[in-house]
Design a protein around this ligand. Structure first.
Ligand code: ATP
Length: 416
């Protein structure tokens, strides 16, 4: 099936909103065997929307739009496309009652009359229920079988309507056809440079059995994305499972998870499985490590707390870092990191203490201790390991990379 995507909104053209909807649609649709042959973005202007949709329908006869379904005057998608299909708009009073009840339920009082635009449905259209917002999606089809699906602009709502309503419709249409799909899976690695990783992968470095391999370096590490093209769904899944297993074997200790999984959640799972508790002692990251860990639901069974030990006074007073270490080696040193990890472990009575101390910049660097130098330590029941690194990037990147490296040190120590 060939299809075009049109994303609608001035804010997209002006660059204030990044068009994540088009990317999400493209990925998801490719995975069920729909080929996106063209993507366009247009303003909220009625003529621009009309000409883009008309041209797309003439070319492929299958269009998905996102945005412009709201209750305000800049939301013109519905009337414009209804007119293209030669349909008038009719109020759906049942939907109005439901919307009114929803507003009351959410404590917003009486629903404004302007919201009535959202219950104006093109005659003969199918409503694609939106369980995450007030603007329903709409499916319009003409007698030649040409169709346009209008989805909301808010990404969470768009994803919901796509999954709940549009996906099942499209897969039903594809059923019985000889389908080939584009599917991907990603193996996440950290603590290893892209070139070293390529070396480790050896003969697999350029792809595996017809699967394309992409190296995607980022702050969290290097993601390895395998993509299967032009295979039947089952064959694509089987090839990807085999491919990921082969990559995992070669990337060995650097591989920590698949797809979007955060390293913090891997660490929490490893600790939880062993009944281990964690506390953090953070200097230059100022709580970022604790924030990453506690962002994961269920973290309270593992994370006990932490100390933001920004000043030397707190490092000494709360964590027991010695004056001698601070005077001889400085606050950014292997010694200070080690004492911070042990200090927080004892002070909070946990199994694992993790510490980070470094120079996040942009100022404060010296020839001895340049910007980006970070020391970290992990103390697992008295077994202490330290790691020093020189991270590149701006202040935010250095701080994030430091938390990633510290989490990886915990993962390796805990999982052996
Ligand atoms: P609603 O009635 O729920 O507001 P809508 O269909 O009217 O939905 P828009 O008003 O076009 O949606 O957009 C709502 C918000 O969704 C925008 O402010 C923008 O932040 C976001 N958005 C819209 N289109 C996109 C897109 N293509 N990618 C990412 N975000 C988008």
């Amino acid at each position: 099936m060939l299809l075009e995507i049109i994303t609608i909104g001035d804010e997209l053209l002006l660059g204030y909103t990044v068009d994540t909807n088009a990317a999400h649609l493209a990925r998801e649709l490719a995975s069920i065997g729909v080929s996106i042959v063209r993507r366009a973005t247009v303003s909220d202007d009625a003529n621009d929307i009309a000409s883009a949709v008309r041209e797309a329908l003439d070319r492929t006869g299958a269009v998905i739009t996102t945005g412009g379904l709201g209750p305000t005057s800049d939301d013109r998608t519905r009337p414009v496309i209804a007119e293209l299909f030669g349909r008038d708009l009719v109020p759906d009073e049942e939907r109005w009652d439901a919307l009114r009840a929803l507003w009351k339920e959410r404590g917003r009082g009486e629903i404004p009359e302007t919201n009535r635009t959202q219950i104006m449905i093109p005659r003969g259209a199918t409503v694609l229920t939106n369980r995450h917002g007030t603007a329903p999606g709409i499916w319009l089809e003409d007698e030649l079988g040409r169709w346009c699906a209008m989805l909301p602009g808010v990404p969470r709502e768009m994803r919901g309507v796509l999954a709940d309503e549009l996906f099942p419709r499209l897969t039903a249409r594809l059923d019985g056809q000889q389908r080939v799909v584009v599917r991907s899976r990603t193996l996440r690695t950290t603590g290893v440079a892209e070139s070293k990783l390529a070396e480790l992968l050896g003969p697999l470095a350029n792809g595996i059995d017809g699967l394309a391999l992409a190296y995607l370096p980022g702050q969290e590490g290097v993601d390895l994305r395998l993509t299967a093209r032009d295979l039947a769904p089952d064959a694509a899944d089987a090839a990807l499972t085999g491919g990921i297993a082969a990559l995992r074997e070669m990337a060995a200790r650097y591989a920590y998870a698949e797809n979007q999984t955060d390293l913090a959640s891997v660490v929490l799972n490893e600790c939880d499985a062993r009944g281990l508790t964690i506390a953090v002692a953070e200097s230059c990251t100022g709580g970022l490590l604790g924030a990453r860990l506690t962002a994961i639901p269920g973290s309270s069974s593992v994370v006990i707390g932490g100390v933001i030990a920004y000043s030397n006074g707190v490092k000494k007073g709360l964590l027991g870092v010695t004056t001698e270490s601070l005077e001889r080696h400085g606050a950014v040193s292997q010694e200070a990191a080690s004492e911070m990890a042990t200090g927080v472990r004892r002070r909070l009575g946990v199994d694992i203490g993790v510490s980070i101390t470094g120079v996040a910049g942009p100022g404060g660097g010296t020839p001895d201790k340049p910007v980006g130098l970070v020391w970290m330590a992990v103390d697992v029941r008295g077994d202490v390991r330290t790691h020093g690194s020189r991270f590149v990037g701006d202040r935010a990147e250095i701080r994030f990379r430091a938390t990633q490296a510290a989490l990886d040190l915990v993962r390796r120590m805990v999982a052996g």
